[in-house]
Design a protein around this ligand. Structure first.
Ligand SMILES: Nc1ncnc2c1ncn2[C@@H]1O[C@H](COP(=O)(O)OP(=O)(O)OP(=O)(O)O)[C@@H](O)[C@H]1O
Ligand SMILES: [Mg+2]
Length: 234
C-alpha cells in the first residue's frame, strides 16, 4: 500500500490574547492510498482542526504534514490555494452548496477548475440524482443536498476526500445512505476518505479508526475486514 498521508509530531496552537489553546499536541499517524479512515472523538477533541490542517484550510504550528510526498505545512498561501483547489474534496455537515446554482451547476462549478476532473453529469448520476440536476438546493432534501455535495467533491477527482460530520444533520436512514454512498465512492473511485464523527458505533465501517482526545491521539485501530454500512445498526 502506498502511504498518502503522514502526520508527524503535529502541533496546533491558537493564541487568543494571553491564552494559548493547544488544539493538537504531538499528533502522528499515517494513511494509505484508498483507505477509508474515521476520526473519532468528543466535541472539542481537535477533529475539525486536524481535518482542516489536512485540507490546507489551516496550518499546523509544528511538525510535518506530508501529503503525496510533500510537506504542506511549509506551503505558502498560493501553494495552499492550489492544493485545496486541485487535491482536496470537502464535504461539510451543512452541505455548503451555492444556493443560486442548481445541482448540476454546483458540481460543474467545482469540477471545472480542476485539471483531471470527472464528468459532472456522470458523477451526479452516480449519486442517484440525474433527475434532480436542474433543482436548486432549497428544492432538495437534506440527504439529497448532501449527495450533491459528495458529487461536487468527487467530481474534482481529488487526492483526498475529507468529510466533517457528513451525517450530522441527517436522520438515521438518510445518514446511513450517505455513509453507503461514501463507502461506494471509496471503492469505485479508489478515493482516500477521512471522515469525522463523534459516533463510535460507526467505527466498524472504516479500514482505520483514529481516536482523538484532548488534542492527542488516543488510539489507532485497523479493521482487517470492514463492515458493510448496510449491516451496521447504531
Ligand atoms: N480558530 C480557532 N481559534 C481558537 N480556538 C480554536 C479555533 N478552532 C478550534 N479551536 C479550539 O480548539 C479545540 C479543538 O476544536 P475542534 O473544532 O477541532 O474540535 P472538534 O473535535 O471538531 O469538536 P466538535 O465535535 O464540537 O466539532 C477547541 O478547544 C476549540 O475551541
Ligand atoms: Mg468539529
Amino acid at each position: 500500500m502506498n502511504q498518502i498521508i503522514s502526520m508527524k509530531n503535529v502541533g496546533k496552537q491558537y493564541i487568543i490574547g494571553e491564552i494559548t489553546i493547544d488544539a493538537l499536541k504531538d499528533v502522528s499517524f499515517t494513511i494509505d492510498e484508498g483507505e477509508f479512515v474515521i476520526i473519532l472523538g468528543a466535541s472539542g477533541a481537535g477533529k475539525t482542526t486536524l481535518l482542516n490542517i489536512l485540507g490546507g484550510m489551516d496550518s499546523a504550528t509544528s511538525g510535518n504534514v506530508m501529503v503525496g510526498g510533500e510537506n504542506i505545512r511549509l506551503y505558502n498561501d498560493n501553494q495552499l490555494t492550489r492544493y485545496r483547489r486541485d487535491k482536496v474534496g470537502f464535504v461539510f455537515q451543512f452541505y455548503n452548496l451555492i444556493s443560486n446554482l442548481n445541482a448540476f451547476e454546483n458540481v460543474e462549478f467545482a469540477a471545472e477548475v480542476c485539471k483531471n476532473h470527472l464528468d459532472p453529469r456522470e458523477v451526479l448520476a452516480r449519486v442517484g440524482l440525474a433527475e434532480r440536476a436542474q433543482n436548486f438546493p432549497p428544492q432538495l432534501s437534506g440527504g439529497e443536498q448532501q449527495r450533491v455535495a459528495i458529487a461536487r467533491a468527487v467530481a474534482k477527482n481529488p487526492l483526498l476526500l475529507l468529510c466533517d460530520e457528513p451525517t450530522g444533520a441527517l436522520d438515521y436512514q438518510t445518514g446511513k445512505k450517505v455513509l453507503s454512498l461514501l463507502a461506494e465512492v471509496n471503492m469505485t473511485y479508489h478515493k482516500t476518505i477521512v471522515l469525522i464523527t463523534h459516533n463510535s458505533l460507526l467505527s466498524p465501517i472504516a479500514d482505520k479508526v483514529i481516536r482523538v482526545k484532548s488534542g492527542q491521539i488516543e488510539s489507532i485501530e485497523i479493521n482487517p475486514h470492514r463492515m458493510d454500512v448496510k449491516e451496521l445498526e447504531w
